[in-house]
Design a binder for this molecule. Structure first.
Ligand SMILES: *[C@@H]1O[C@H](CO)[C@@H](O)[C@H](O)[C@H]1NC(C)=O
Length: 262
């Protein structure tokens, strides 16, 4: 089991850009991912946290952030997929798709994902001045600390929030197959503004993965790294939704997928 996991991890490092177009997207039970129905979005790999959810720092902050549950046992909240172009009952790979949280939203506006700008608290541990900080007098040290804080607080980043609109560039996502583990379907969500009415000539899709703030909270965001996910239906039995919580069970699934693929 450990060997299998190392191989997976190895692949994760090597094949960072192997996301390929695929025809039909499947859920973790091997059924077509259906439009308009709720699914949990879970990380493929064990030990990398729980499912995606929506969160609100304080009662008044809006729109909601799309974040990851810290604990693997938590599946987060269900999300709904709707292709923007095709009127089919299932979701195809590489087609512009709207993704929406299936929750009661305390904010005005929609549950539709969009890419927004936010400022995350950052931890700059690699500051090389830290080592000799104790040689400074108190005042200098405080001043330096304040400068650092100021610097930390102004770096805007893109993160995924709710509040999007249908067929707008900032709400334009797609799912592509992540060719990481033979026989097991896992997917990469991408952000593709040009596929939904953008006038930009930049024909680029960006991987959607996780970025952390200083507190270790993980936000969904356009990022260079991959985030292999599986979709688990939340409308079927709870039992099936729980089959992905341990790696051994996941591996059992891999085996059965490989067999059925032959
Ligand atoms: C989303 O995260 C950003 C950055 O941490 C924060 O400023 C904002 O208040 C959060 N939004 C909500 C709804 O909590």
């Amino acid at each position: 089991m450990k060997i299998t996991f190392s191989v997976v991890f190895f692949n994760l490092i090597i094949f960072t850009t192997t996301a390929v177009a695929t025809d039909i997207i499947y859920d973790s039970a091997g059924n077509k991912l259906l439009r308009g129905l709720p699914y949990y979005i879970l990380p493929l790999l064990r030990g990398t946290g729980g499912g995606l959810t929506v969160s609100q720092n304080t009662k008044d902050s809006c729109p909601l952030n799309v974040t990851q549950e810290s604990f693997e046992i938590n599946h987060g909240v269900p999300f709904i997929f709707n292709p923007i172009i095709l009127d089919e009952e299932f979701i195809r790979g590489s087609y512009p798709t709207l993704i929406e949280a299936d929750v009661q939203n305390p904010c005005h506006g929609s549950n539709i994902w969009k890419v927004s700008t936010a400022v995350l608290t950052k931890n700059d541990d690699d500051d090389d001045d830290d080592d000799d900080a104790h040689f400074r007098d108190h005042k200098d040290h405080d001043k330096k600390k304040k400068d650092d804080d100021d610097k930390k607080d102004v770096t805007p980043v893109s993160i995924v929030t709710t509040g999007g609109e249908f067929n707008k560039p900032e709400s334009c996502f797609q799912i592509v197959e992540n060719d990481m583990m033979p026989g097991l379907q896992s997917y990469q969500i991408q952000y593709c503004p040009f596929k939904c009415g953008s006038s930009s000539s930049v024909l680029t899709c960006y991987n959607v993965g996780l970025i952390s703030d200083a507190d270790g909270k993980k936000y969904l965001a356009p990022t260079d790294t991959i985030f292999p996910v599986v979709f688990t239906n939340s409308f079927g039995s709870v039992k099936s939704a729980k089959t992905l919580t341990t790696f051994s069970q996941l591996s059992a699934k891999v085996t059965s997928f490989s067999r059925s693929a032959k």
